[in-house]
Unconditional design. Structure first.
Length: 220
């Protein structure tokens, strides 16, 4: 399948539902728009469950392929992003179970080095956020959250989904989302929580985004 032209602004500006209808009508190449639109979100969600880069990449690819195969089932009752996130979470959980069963692996490495350095108090919030060490510290802090709190935190605070969307993605009640979010914040150090408003953590950069697009388009 050929990729769409990057400068095809008309296609890029289409809403999800219109793109889906056109893909189902035969314009399969438009699926690339959805890939590029949600690569970051899907990566962050799956990254909440898996750590190995190869596992994350394979889970993302499979989630997209399953979404493409089942695209005719999408009815628009929820946002496409929510529907895709559910598929991604299921794929991640299946892989996690396989890892634990076949390799007797655990998600958290007790030997991970704990970094305690806190950014200079004199740095303003903007500089602290873009500072590489601050990002690394924040990512490590998020990684150490228990899974059920980590995924809620990633969806709510990093991806900026509403409580309703998070609840729908995870099959939780609105009150459970609030409780888990509150607990996640308590578990993070106050200094790290001040940095957590950035959307720059766990970036799925252009090269990785392009590679995922290529893998998925080659498979559909």
């Amino acid at each position: 399948m050929e990729a769409i032209r990057i400068h095809d602004y008309a296609a890029v500006q289409l809403d999800d539902f219109t793109i889906i209808k056109r893909v189902l009508s035969g314009e399969r190449e438009l699926f690339e728009v959805l890939l590029r639109r949600y690569n970051q979100t899907l990566f962050r969600v799956i990254r909440s469950y898996l750590r190995d880069e190869d596992e994350i990449r394979d889970a993302m690819q499979n989630a997209y392929l399953k979404a493409f195969e089942r695209l005719y089932q999408f009815r628009g009752n929820a946002a496409f992003s929510t529907w895709l996130v559910r598929i991604g979470i299921n794929e991640a959980l299946q892989r996690l179970k396989a890892i634990q069963r076949d390799r007797h692996a655990i998600m958290f490495d007790a030997s991970d080095e704990i970094v305690n350095r806190i950014p200079d108090k004199q740095m303003n919030a903007e500089k602290a956020i873009i500072d590489r060490e601050a990002k690394q510290i924040l990512e490590q802090a998020i990684d150490r959250l228990p899974e059920k709190y980590r995924v809620v935190y990633m969806l709510k605070e990093v991806e900026r989904l509403s409580n309703e969307q998070v609840a729908e993605c995870l099959g939780l009640s609105d009150s459970n989302v609030k409780v888990r979010m509150h607990r996640a914040k308590i578990l993070l150090k106050e200094s790290l929580y001040k940095l957590s408003t950035t959307a720059e953590v766990f970036e799925f950069g252009k090269g990785r985004c392009d590679e995922m697009v290529r893998l998925v388009l080659d498979g559909i």
